[in-house]
Design a protein around this ligand. Sequence first.
Ligand code: FEO
Length: 169
Amino acid sequence: MISNKMAAKINEQIKNELYSGHYYVSMAAYCASLDLQGFSNFFIIQEQEERFHAMKFFHYLYEQGHDVKLTGLDQPKTEFASLEEVFDLAWKHEQHVTSLINGLMDLAIEERDYATQNLLQWYIGEQVEEEATMSGLLKKIQQMGDRGAGIYMMDKELAARTFTPPAAE
Ligand code: FEO
């Protein structure tokens, strides 16, 4: 059984993960408005990743005998200046999520909550990948220029991205 304080923090993190998905759908919409369907697909798939992250916490809370309590999501940004800005913001957002996961780990260590520490190890590894994905794409976009020919090649590649639930990998 985990503490009520930890359960409240995990509830908050479920919202944060769902918000990440909401934010990425907004980025998907911007990419679609530029007719970059591959980039749009990238963010649509990213939303599925975020839902998976949220639901992993969801199931954990019930396993630990606590209820999930959802709250409303904030309005995401809907106007973007460029593809480069989108990926810069996505990268910064992932760095923010990493800090939230680290905050949960700090609490789990403070409370000597070993079960939650074990769960959070998975998220810590996942965040390394999430940050690397966003910063890698940002660097490519910066090298190619926002509307350069390489962008259309990237768009084709990103159109092929699919979601595989991590447990099934
Ligand atoms: Fe749930 Fe993109 O971190």
